[in-house]
Design a protein around this ligand. Structure first.
Ligand SMILES: [Mg+2]
Length: 287
């Protein structure tokens, strides 16, 4: 039985890679965000303040960050009606740690954007950085995906900055080029080292209290897993910090260790896996 189980997950991972093989050196869009979310999930509110922790424990699971990332991916592949897609996925996965305001919004078909400046618009936006092929389109579509709920300046900015960073990493820009663009376009301060931020940082679900530190975690990292560890080590909203850092780090490094991919993919259900596969097959293209 155990062997069948291992074989099943081996096949799933290889199917995911198959869709991307030979096109983008094994890059599977979305997985960076999803893996960041799963690895960060048990440490939310725990303020662990260290980069030394087990990547997967029994409590590791996918949360709202993963569900809504897949919802945006699904929207990108469909009619780009992000309200509809976000509400649909909220209905499908009702208990995944959403903010109260989002749940209230998602529960009604007629609700209006609620002026949020939370980090939700940034955590779900990474598919747009993979799906569109010029910076102008990425920023425009990131805005569209954000403003259905997060129509506050900071909510929109967080989504634009995250999607831009994913896109620039994906097309091969250097860390310096990515940092310069983000700092000059979005007025984020990316200069404070993670070791310093870690000393004073606490739970901060705002966009401007999350996105710059997540980007900094990526900028300081030496590989994908290191970016995740640095993001989680800040303490606080660790799944979202790691989701955002992971999405950029994946686009940049183009490699996640097989063991990490396998552990994360087997925690997804069939629907999340299959939408990820479909998105991958459609947008896994190197510019
Ligand atoms: Mg979450």
């Amino acid at each position: 039985m155990r062997q069948l189980y291992i074989l099943y997950h081996y096949l799933i991972v290889n199917i995911l890679y198959y869709f991307c093989s030979g096109i983008r050196e094994g890059v599977i869009p979305l997985l960076g965000a999803i893996i960041g979310d799963i690895i960060g999930s048990p440490y939310e509110h725990s303020f662990i303040k260290t980069e030394e922790f087990p990547l997967f424990i029994e409590k590791s699971t996918f949360t709202d960050d993963t569900v809504l990332t897949v919802a945006i991916a699904d929207g990108v592949m469909g009619d780009r009606d992000y309200s509809k897609s976000l509400r649909q996925y909220h209905r499908l996965y009702p208990d995944r740690g959403y903010g109260d305001s989002f749940s209230l919004w998602a529960s009604s078909e007629t609700s209006k954007p609620y002026g949020s400046f939370g980090n939700g618009s940034a955590m779900r936006v990474s598919p747009i950085g993979f799906a569109f092929n010029d910076l102008e389109s990425v920023v425009l579509e990131a805005t569209r995906s954000a403003e259905v709920t997060h129509n506050h300046t900071e909510g929109i900015k967080g989504a634009q900055a995250t999607a831009s960073a994913v896109f620039l990493a994906r097309i091969g820009k250097t860390k310096r080029e990515i940092a310069d663009y983000i700092e000059s376009s979005f007025d984020y301060d990316l200069t404070e080292p993670i070791a310093s931020v870690r000393k004073w940082y606490s739970f901060d679900p705002t966009s401007h209290g999350t996105v710059p530190h997540s980007i900094r975690a990526f900028l300081e990292s030496k590989d994908f897993v290191d970016a995740i560890r640095k993001a989680v080590s800040l303490g606080g909203d660790s799944d979202t910090l790691a989701c955002i850092a992971g999405s950029i780090a994946h686009a940049y490094y183009r490699h996640i260790p097989d063991r990490v991919v396998e552990e994360a993919v087997h925690l997804l259900d069939d629907r999340l896996r299959s939408v990820t596969q479909e998105f991958c097959s459609r947008f896994c293209v190197l510019l």
